[in-house]
Design a protein around this ligand. Structure first.
Ligand code: UDP
Ligand code: MG
Length: 371
């Protein structure tokens, strides 16, 4: 038994148990309901040998993972931290896998840092990082990812809305061979406006990305280490982790998870989340599809605009040659505008191509295997 695991058992003064025979979170039901779904069926997970996770005895087979890293971003969540730490310990105990919890304090102004320092002092499996100022949830996650040592990484919010008891279910699904398993807050306990606007966002993201999951922005997710090593999350792109992972070729799945109302404190994302979320969606879609070939995006728009402008002005030129005056034709301005905008799009595309040529980073290509 590895040293950390020994310590874990000693600290909890309890023998590790087998995982209870829990439901699989309803995803087999999902397969029946959505047989066309890309990530549930068509895309094959890479480790088919884990597909049947239960042995003949009906007991849980040991997981293929050796260590779990739980990354918890937090910003002014002082009251939630102690209950959260206890719930994580309780939820992970039966798994019999070593774990670490990395709290990332995102510049909290309350007693959060004091509380996590105390938690880390009491339990050596807990670690913390603290920002000097509030950089945002994405930055907190990224820094957490940079410091994980486990081969499976769990992210969860610190406000007790995400349920740590779902972690074993996420890991089980990951063990089927997926690279990222996202939680789906099927029954959300959030204000009306957030619940419904989020449905709309998820719909648009699903449509634009082609990733068939219901809930992109669930705080509770499980990743193989390789995934977090290969995606960069900044700004507020944490809302689109599955899109970032999908772009790198990782396989994605989803299971329904329990969601609770906020117990303490207030939400850290105000009404501006909707506006920013929409802008971020455009960023993500552009960055994931066209970052290496900007001319395909700008060139297409430029060519379209230029050609329409040319047709409009060509037609007007014909009329002018035939003797009609153009002084009372507002369409002329439209034609000119389209031509100018077209040329500008083209120029931006060319500039983009020049940038891509200069900043070609080989690390951006994820290598799955080597011979
Ligand atoms: N959070 C953070 N930095 C921020 C905002 C939020 O680390 O700038 C953390 C917050 O403490 C919580 C998680 O991100 O653990 C989700 O935030 P919140 O619960 O406010 O979002 P909501 O559930 O309302 O979407
Ligand atoms: Mg919350």
């Amino acid at each position: 038994m590895d040293k950390q695991l020994e310590e874990q058992n000693k600290q909890e003064n309890q023998r590790p148990n087998e995982v209870k025979n829990e439901s699989n979170g309803g995803h087999s039901e999902e397969n029946k309901r959505y047989p066309q779904r890309k990530y549930f069926n068509q895309r094959r997970p890479r480790q088919q040998q884990y597909n049947n996770n239960r042995g003949e005895s009906g007991r849980q087979k040991p997981s293929s993972f050796k260590k779990i890293s739980v990354v918890v971003p937090l910003y002014n969540e002082e009251e939630s931290l102690n209950p959260l730490a206890n719930e994580i310990r309780r939820a992970l105990r039966p798994l019999n896998i070593a774990f670490e919890v990395i709290f990332v304090d995102d510049g909290s102004k309350d007693n959060s840092l004091k509380n996590i320092k105390e938690l880390c002092r009491q339990d050596k499996r807990f670690h913390y990082l603290s920002f000097r100022k509030n950089y945002g949830k994405s930055a907190a996650l990224q820094v957490g990812f940079n410091n994980v040592t486990g081969d499976v990484v769990i992210t969860m919010d610190s406000d007790l809305q995400d349920d740590p008891n779902e972690i074993p279910n996420l890991i089980k699904k990951l063990d089927e061979g997926y690279d990222l398993v996202s939680g789906w807050k099927k029954q959300r306990h959030d204000p009306f406006i957030k619940k419904h606007s989020s449905k709309f966002f998820n719909f648009i993201t699903r449509l634009m990305s082609g990733i068939k999951i219901h809930d992109f922005n669930c705080g509770l997710k499980a990743y193989r280490r390789e995934v977090v090593e290969n995606i960069k999350v900044y700004g507020e792109l944490h809302r689109y982790m599955p899109v970032l992972a999908d772009w790198q070729g990782f396989t994605i799945s989803e299971i329904p998870v329990k969601h609770h109302p906020r117990r303490y404190g207030v939400t850290k994302f105000g009404i501006s989340r909707f506006f920013k979320g929409f802008l971020d969606l455009i960023t993500v879609m552009f960055a994931t599809r066209y970052i290496k070939r900007p001319m395909h995006f700008f060139g297409f728009l430029g060519a379209l605009s230029f050609i329409v402008g040319l047709i409009v002005n060509g037609y007007l030129s014909y009329l002018w040659i035939m003797g009609q005056p153009l002084s009372n034709r507002p369409m002329l301005f439209l034609g000119m505008l389209l031509i100018i905008v077209g040329v500008q799009f083209f120029s931006v595309g060319l500039l983009g191509e020049m940038l891509v040529k200069n900043f070609n980073d080989e690390k951006e290509y994820v290598i799955k295997d080597k011979g």
